[in-house]
Write a protein that binds this ligand. Sequence first.
Ligand code: F6R
Length: 347
Amino acid sequence: MRKEIEEQTDSLGWVLGTLVDPGAGALKPILDAVDFAQADRIVLLACGTAHYACHLASYRIEEFARIPVEIDLASEYRYRDRPLSGREIVIAVSQSGETADTFSALTALGSKAAARLAIVNVPTSSIAREADAILDIQAGPEIGVASTKAFTGQLMALLGIALKAGRDRGALDTASVARAVEELASVPRIVGATLRMAPEIAATAKTLAAASDIYFLGRGVNYPLALEAALKMKEISYIHAEAYAAGELKHGPIALIESGTPVVVFDGPDGLAEKTDSNVAEIAARGAAVVRIGPGEQCDLRIPEAAPLAAPFAYAVVAQLLAYFAAVEKGTDVDQPRNLAKSVTVE
Ligand code: F6R
Protein backbone atom coordinates (compact mmCIF):
# COMPACT_ATOMS: atom_id res chain seq x y z
CA MET A 1 0.00 0.00 0.00
CA ARG A 2 2.83 2.37 0.82
CA LYS A 3 4.28 1.86 -2.64
CA GLU A 4 0.91 2.51 -4.25
CA ILE A 5 0.47 5.71 -2.26
CA GLU A 6 3.87 6.84 -3.52
CA GLU A 7 3.13 5.84 -7.10
CA GLN A 8 0.45 8.51 -7.27
CA THR A 9 2.73 11.20 -8.65
CA ASP A 10 3.32 8.95 -11.69
CA SER A 11 -0.20 7.56 -12.05
CA LEU A 12 -1.71 11.03 -11.86
CA GLY A 13 0.81 12.22 -14.42
CA TRP A 14 -0.44 9.51 -16.81
CA VAL A 15 -4.12 10.27 -16.52
CA LEU A 16 -3.43 14.00 -16.61
CA GLY A 17 -1.59 13.47 -19.91
CA THR A 18 -4.64 11.86 -21.47
CA LEU A 19 -6.97 14.59 -20.27
CA VAL A 20 -5.25 17.91 -20.66
CA ASP A 21 -2.60 19.70 -22.68
CA PRO A 22 -1.01 22.07 -20.17
CA GLY A 23 1.13 23.68 -22.91
CA ALA A 24 -1.98 24.77 -24.82
CA GLY A 25 -3.94 25.39 -21.62
CA ALA A 26 -6.68 23.16 -23.02
CA LEU A 27 -8.64 20.02 -22.33
CA LYS A 28 -7.77 17.31 -24.87
CA PRO A 29 -10.62 15.72 -26.83
CA ILE A 30 -12.12 13.15 -24.46
CA LEU A 31 -15.30 11.10 -24.74
CA ASP A 32 -15.94 12.69 -28.11
CA ALA A 33 -18.98 10.55 -28.80
CA VAL A 34 -20.76 11.93 -25.74
CA ASP A 35 -22.37 15.36 -25.82
CA PHE A 36 -23.24 16.78 -22.43
CA ALA A 37 -25.08 19.74 -23.98
CA GLN A 38 -28.36 17.86 -24.30
CA ALA A 39 -28.21 16.13 -20.92
CA ASP A 40 -30.57 17.20 -18.15
CA ARG A 41 -28.74 15.44 -15.32
CA ILE A 42 -25.55 13.53 -14.59
CA VAL A 43 -25.85 10.44 -12.43
CA LEU A 44 -22.71 9.15 -10.69
CA LEU A 45 -22.80 5.56 -9.44
CA ALA A 46 -20.13 3.75 -7.46
CA CYS A 47 -19.33 1.98 -4.18
CA GLY A 48 -16.96 2.75 -1.31
CA THR A 49 -13.96 4.89 -2.09
CA ALA A 50 -15.07 5.33 -5.72
CA HIS A 51 -18.35 6.74 -4.40
CA TYR A 52 -16.44 9.36 -2.43
CA ALA A 53 -14.52 10.35 -5.57
CA CYS A 54 -17.93 10.87 -7.22
CA HIS A 55 -19.22 12.83 -4.24
CA LEU A 56 -16.24 15.18 -4.36
CA ALA A 57 -16.41 15.62 -8.14
CA SER A 58 -20.14 16.38 -8.01
CA TYR A 59 -19.32 19.80 -6.52
CA ARG A 60 -17.08 20.65 -9.48
CA ILE A 61 -19.37 19.23 -12.16
CA GLU A 62 -22.24 21.36 -10.90
CA GLU A 63 -19.98 24.40 -10.65
CA PHE A 64 -18.35 24.03 -14.09
CA ALA A 65 -21.19 22.59 -16.15
CA ARG A 66 -24.24 24.08 -14.40
CA ILE A 67 -26.06 20.77 -14.53
CA PRO A 68 -27.66 18.91 -11.61
CA VAL A 69 -25.65 15.94 -10.44
CA GLU A 70 -27.10 12.98 -8.60
CA ILE A 71 -24.72 10.70 -6.73
CA ASP A 72 -25.78 7.38 -5.35
CA LEU A 73 -24.34 4.18 -4.02
CA ALA A 74 -24.68 1.60 -6.75
CA SER A 75 -26.12 -0.88 -4.24
CA GLU A 76 -28.97 1.56 -3.50
CA TYR A 77 -29.51 2.90 -7.01
CA ARG A 78 -30.08 -0.51 -8.53
CA TYR A 79 -33.13 -1.07 -6.30
CA ARG A 80 -34.60 2.42 -6.55
CA ASP A 81 -37.53 3.00 -8.82
CA ARG A 82 -36.05 6.18 -10.16
CA PRO A 83 -37.97 8.26 -12.75
CA LEU A 84 -35.73 8.80 -15.77
CA SER A 85 -36.15 11.37 -18.54
CA GLY A 86 -33.88 9.55 -20.97
CA ARG A 87 -31.58 12.58 -21.03
CA GLU A 88 -29.38 11.49 -18.14
CA ILE A 89 -25.72 10.77 -18.63
CA VAL A 90 -24.80 8.02 -16.21
CA ILE A 91 -21.21 7.53 -15.10
CA ALA A 92 -20.20 4.36 -13.25
CA VAL A 93 -16.89 4.58 -11.43
CA SER A 94 -15.01 1.42 -10.45
CA GLN A 95 -11.33 0.66 -9.97
CA SER A 96 -11.71 -3.07 -10.63
CA GLY A 97 -14.54 -2.72 -13.13
CA GLU A 98 -15.95 -5.90 -11.58
CA THR A 99 -17.94 -4.62 -8.60
CA ALA A 100 -21.25 -6.49 -8.73
CA ASP A 101 -23.44 -3.65 -7.49
CA THR A 102 -21.98 -1.09 -9.88
CA PHE A 103 -22.18 -3.53 -12.80
CA SER A 104 -25.81 -4.39 -12.05
CA ALA A 105 -26.82 -0.73 -11.66
CA LEU A 106 -25.27 0.03 -15.04
CA THR A 107 -26.83 -3.02 -16.70
CA ALA A 108 -30.28 -2.31 -15.24
CA LEU A 109 -30.25 1.12 -16.88
CA GLY A 110 -29.96 -0.52 -20.28
CA SER A 111 -30.93 2.04 -22.92
CA LYS A 112 -32.96 4.16 -20.51
CA ALA A 113 -30.24 6.83 -20.16
CA ALA A 114 -28.80 8.99 -22.94
CA ALA A 115 -25.34 7.48 -22.37
CA ARG A 116 -23.66 5.19 -19.86
CA LEU A 117 -20.00 5.94 -19.28
CA ALA A 118 -17.49 4.16 -17.07
CA ILE A 119 -14.33 5.31 -15.34
CA VAL A 120 -12.24 2.21 -14.71
CA ASN A 121 -8.71 1.09 -14.00
CA VAL A 122 -9.16 -2.13 -15.98
CA PRO A 123 -10.28 -1.40 -19.55
CA THR A 124 -11.09 -5.05 -20.25
CA SER A 125 -13.37 -5.38 -17.19
CA SER A 126 -17.09 -6.22 -17.19
CA ILE A 127 -18.13 -2.64 -16.40
CA ALA A 128 -15.90 -1.27 -19.16
CA ARG A 129 -17.41 -3.71 -21.65
CA GLU A 130 -20.97 -2.89 -20.58
CA ALA A 131 -20.51 0.91 -20.87
CA ASP A 132 -21.01 2.96 -24.04
CA ALA A 133 -17.67 4.73 -23.53
CA ILE A 134 -14.85 4.57 -20.98
CA LEU A 135 -12.15 6.67 -19.41
CA ASP A 136 -9.21 4.53 -18.28
CA ILE A 137 -7.44 6.03 -15.27
CA GLN A 138 -4.26 4.06 -16.04
CA ALA A 139 -3.27 3.94 -12.38
CA GLY A 140 -1.60 0.56 -12.78
CA PRO A 141 -2.51 -2.50 -10.71
CA GLU A 142 -3.68 -1.84 -7.16
CA ILE A 143 -2.52 -4.72 -5.01
CA GLY A 144 -3.42 -3.46 -1.53
CA VAL A 145 -7.10 -3.99 -0.76
CA ALA A 146 -7.61 -0.35 0.22
CA SER A 147 -7.94 1.87 -2.81
CA THR A 148 -5.34 4.65 -2.94
CA LYS A 149 -3.96 5.67 -6.32
CA ALA A 150 -7.26 4.68 -7.95
CA PHE A 151 -9.12 7.21 -5.80
CA THR A 152 -6.98 10.11 -6.98
CA GLY A 153 -7.04 8.79 -10.57
CA GLN A 154 -10.84 8.60 -10.48
CA LEU A 155 -10.98 12.11 -9.11
CA MET A 156 -8.72 13.43 -11.86
CA ALA A 157 -10.82 11.69 -14.55
CA LEU A 158 -14.04 13.08 -13.08
CA LEU A 159 -12.57 16.59 -13.03
CA GLY A 160 -11.70 16.12 -16.71
CA ILE A 161 -15.35 15.21 -17.31
CA ALA A 162 -16.45 18.29 -15.36
CA LEU A 163 -14.42 20.44 -17.75
CA LYS A 164 -15.69 18.60 -20.82
CA ALA A 165 -19.29 18.97 -19.64
CA GLY A 166 -18.71 22.66 -18.92
CA ARG A 167 -17.29 23.18 -22.39
CA ASP A 168 -20.01 21.15 -24.16
CA ARG A 169 -22.68 23.17 -22.37
CA GLY A 170 -21.05 26.53 -23.04
CA ALA A 171 -20.76 27.14 -19.31
CA LEU A 172 -16.96 27.50 -19.35
CA ASP A 173 -15.03 29.88 -21.57
CA THR A 174 -11.54 29.19 -22.91
CA ALA A 175 -9.87 31.25 -20.17
CA SER A 176 -11.67 29.33 -17.41
CA VAL A 177 -10.67 26.00 -18.97
CA ALA A 178 -7.06 27.20 -19.23
CA ARG A 179 -7.08 28.20 -15.56
CA ALA A 180 -8.50 24.82 -14.54
CA VAL A 181 -5.95 22.98 -16.71
CA GLU A 182 -3.14 24.89 -15.05
CA GLU A 183 -4.49 23.93 -11.62
CA LEU A 184 -4.76 20.26 -12.61
CA ALA A 185 -1.25 20.31 -14.08
CA SER A 186 0.08 21.26 -10.63
CA VAL A 187 -1.35 18.08 -9.03
CA PRO A 188 1.70 15.76 -9.42
CA ARG A 189 3.91 18.45 -7.85
CA ILE A 190 1.48 19.00 -4.96
CA VAL A 191 1.16 15.25 -4.41
CA GLY A 192 4.96 14.90 -4.45
CA ALA A 193 5.32 17.65 -1.85
CA THR A 194 2.65 16.05 0.35
CA LEU A 195 4.36 12.66 0.14
CA ARG A 196 7.51 14.29 1.51
CA MET A 197 5.53 15.09 4.68
CA ALA A 198 5.43 11.36 5.51
CA PRO A 199 7.54 11.66 8.72
CA GLU A 200 5.25 14.34 10.20
CA ILE A 201 2.13 12.46 9.16
CA ALA A 202 3.56 9.29 10.74
CA ALA A 203 4.09 11.14 14.02
CA THR A 204 0.48 12.35 14.03
CA ALA A 205 -0.79 8.87 13.10
CA LYS A 206 1.12 7.44 16.05
CA THR A 207 -0.86 9.61 18.44
CA LEU A 208 -4.14 8.64 16.73
CA ALA A 209 -3.35 4.91 16.79
CA ALA A 210 -4.08 4.68 20.51
CA ALA A 211 -7.64 5.98 20.08
CA SER A 212 -10.74 3.82 20.06
CA ASP A 213 -12.75 6.37 18.06
CA ILE A 214 -11.64 9.09 15.67
CA TYR A 215 -13.84 11.71 14.05
CA PHE A 216 -13.10 13.47 10.77
CA LEU A 217 -14.70 16.76 9.78
CA GLY A 218 -14.79 18.72 6.54
CA ARG A 219 -16.93 21.17 4.62
CA GLY A 220 -17.63 21.45 0.90
CA VAL A 221 -15.20 19.32 -1.12
CA ASN A 222 -13.41 18.49 2.14
CA TYR A 223 -16.49 16.64 3.41
CA PRO A 224 -16.16 13.67 1.00
CA LEU A 225 -12.43 13.71 1.76
CA ALA A 226 -13.26 13.36 5.46
CA LEU A 227 -15.56 10.43 4.59
CA GLU A 228 -12.77 8.82 2.60
CA ALA A 229 -10.27 9.40 5.43
CA ALA A 230 -12.59 7.71 7.94
CA LEU A 231 -13.19 4.76 5.60
CA LYS A 232 -9.46 4.28 5.05
CA MET A 233 -8.76 4.53 8.79
CA LYS A 234 -11.33 1.92 9.83
CA GLU A 235 -10.55 -0.37 6.92
CA ILE A 236 -6.87 -0.90 7.61
CA SER A 237 -6.26 0.16 11.24
CA TYR A 238 -9.59 -1.20 12.59
CA ILE A 239 -10.05 1.98 14.61
CA HIS A 240 -13.66 3.11 14.69
CA ALA A 241 -13.75 6.26 12.59
CA GLU A 242 -16.64 8.43 11.44
CA ALA A 243 -16.82 11.51 9.30
CA TYR A 244 -19.29 14.35 9.43
CA ALA A 245 -19.94 17.46 7.43
CA ALA A 246 -18.65 20.06 9.89
CA GLY A 247 -21.95 21.94 9.77
CA GLU A 248 -23.78 18.82 10.96
CA LEU A 249 -21.85 18.64 14.23
CA LYS A 250 -24.36 20.59 16.24
CA HIS A 251 -27.20 18.43 14.92
CA GLY A 252 -26.10 15.46 17.00
CA PRO A 253 -22.51 14.26 16.67
CA ILE A 254 -21.14 16.92 19.03
CA ALA A 255 -22.63 14.84 21.86
CA LEU A 256 -19.81 12.36 21.22
CA ILE A 257 -17.05 14.87 21.92
CA GLU A 258 -15.46 14.68 25.33
CA SER A 259 -12.08 15.49 26.78
CA GLY A 260 -9.35 13.95 24.62
CA THR A 261 -11.60 12.76 21.74
CA PRO A 262 -9.45 12.91 18.60
CA VAL A 263 -11.03 15.00 15.85
CA VAL A 264 -9.22 15.46 12.57
CA VAL A 265 -10.36 18.60 10.80
CA PHE A 266 -9.72 19.17 7.10
CA ASP A 267 -9.37 22.94 7.13
CA GLY A 268 -11.03 25.17 4.56
CA PRO A 269 -11.78 24.91 1.74
CA ASP A 270 -11.51 28.42 0.27
CA GLY A 271 -14.61 30.41 1.03
CA LEU A 272 -15.67 28.20 3.94
CA ALA A 273 -12.60 28.58 6.17
CA GLU A 274 -14.32 30.86 8.71
CA LYS A 275 -17.13 28.38 9.17
CA THR A 276 -14.59 25.66 9.83
CA ASP A 277 -12.87 27.94 12.36
CA SER A 278 -16.05 28.19 14.38
CA ASN A 279 -16.53 24.41 14.32
CA VAL A 280 -12.98 23.95 15.61
CA ALA A 281 -13.69 26.42 18.43
CA GLU A 282 -16.84 24.49 19.37
CA ILE A 283 -15.10 21.13 19.67
CA ALA A 284 -11.93 22.53 21.26
CA ALA A 285 -14.12 24.13 23.95
CA ARG A 286 -15.36 20.61 24.77
CA GLY A 287 -11.85 19.28 25.18
CA ALA A 288 -11.41 17.49 21.84
CA ALA A 289 -7.86 16.68 20.76
CA VAL A 290 -8.07 18.55 17.46
CA VAL A 291 -5.69 17.75 14.61
CA ARG A 292 -6.13 20.49 12.08
CA ILE A 293 -4.89 19.78 8.57
CA GLY A 294 -4.51 22.42 5.89
CA PRO A 295 -2.09 24.95 4.45
CA GLY A 296 -2.70 27.68 7.05
CA GLU A 297 -0.54 28.73 10.01
CA GLN A 298 -3.23 27.55 12.43
CA CYS A 299 -2.82 23.94 11.22
CA ASP A 300 -1.07 21.11 13.06
CA LEU A 301 -0.15 19.40 9.81
CA ARG A 302 0.63 22.00 7.16
CA ILE A 303 0.03 20.72 3.66
CA PRO A 304 1.39 22.59 0.64
CA GLU A 305 -0.53 25.63 -0.59
CA ALA A 306 -2.49 24.46 -3.62
CA ALA A 307 -5.01 25.79 -6.11
CA PRO A 308 -8.64 24.80 -5.39
CA LEU A 309 -8.68 21.94 -7.95
CA ALA A 310 -5.37 20.54 -6.70
CA ALA A 311 -5.91 20.84 -2.94
CA PRO A 312 -8.13 17.74 -2.57
CA PHE A 313 -5.29 15.56 -3.85
CA ALA A 314 -3.07 16.75 -1.00
CA TYR A 315 -5.77 15.98 1.58
CA ALA A 316 -6.31 12.55 -0.02
CA VAL A 317 -2.63 11.67 0.34
CA VAL A 318 -2.63 12.81 3.98
CA ALA A 319 -5.75 10.68 4.62
CA GLN A 320 -4.07 7.63 3.08
CA LEU A 321 -0.82 8.10 4.98
CA LEU A 322 -2.59 8.72 8.30
CA ALA A 323 -4.46 5.43 7.94
CA TYR A 324 -1.34 3.63 6.73
CA PHE A 325 0.86 4.77 9.62
CA ALA A 326 -1.88 4.17 12.21
CA ALA A 327 -2.22 0.62 10.87
CA VAL A 328 1.56 0.08 10.93
CA GLU A 329 1.63 1.35 14.51
CA LYS A 330 -1.11 -1.13 15.43
CA GLY A 331 0.57 -3.96 13.53
CA THR A 332 -2.39 -4.81 11.30
CA ASP A 333 -1.99 -6.26 7.81
CA VAL A 334 -2.24 -3.08 5.73
CA ASP A 335 -2.42 -4.85 2.38
CA GLN A 336 -4.85 -7.60 3.33
CA PRO A 337 -7.19 -6.23 6.00
CA ARG A 338 -9.51 -8.76 7.59
CA ASN A 339 -12.91 -9.54 6.07
CA LEU A 340 -12.26 -7.58 2.87
CA ALA A 341 -11.69 -8.54 -0.76
CA LYS A 342 -10.12 -6.40 -3.44
CA SER A 343 -12.93 -7.02 -5.88
CA VAL A 344 -16.46 -7.28 -4.51
CA THR A 345 -18.07 -9.48 -7.13
CA VAL A 346 -21.05 -10.51 -5.01
CA GLU A 347 -23.89 -8.39 -3.66
C1 F6R B 1 -11.84 1.17 0.02
C2 F6R B 1 -12.06 0.37 -1.17
C3 F6R B 1 -13.45 0.01 -1.52
C4 F6R B 1 -13.67 0.10 -3.04
C5 F6R B 1 -15.07 -0.41 -3.41
C6 F6R B 1 -15.37 -0.24 -4.89
O1 F6R B 1 -10.49 1.48 0.21
O2 F6R B 1 -11.14 0.00 -1.86
O3 F6R B 1 -14.39 0.79 -0.83
O4 F6R B 1 -13.52 1.43 -3.44
O5 F6R B 1 -15.19 -1.76 -3.06
O6 F6R B 1 -14.45 -0.96 -5.66
P1 F6R B 1 -14.27 -0.67 -7.18
O7 F6R B 1 -13.72 0.71 -7.33
O8 F6R B 1 -13.35 -1.73 -7.69
O9 F6R B 1 -15.64 -0.76 -7.80
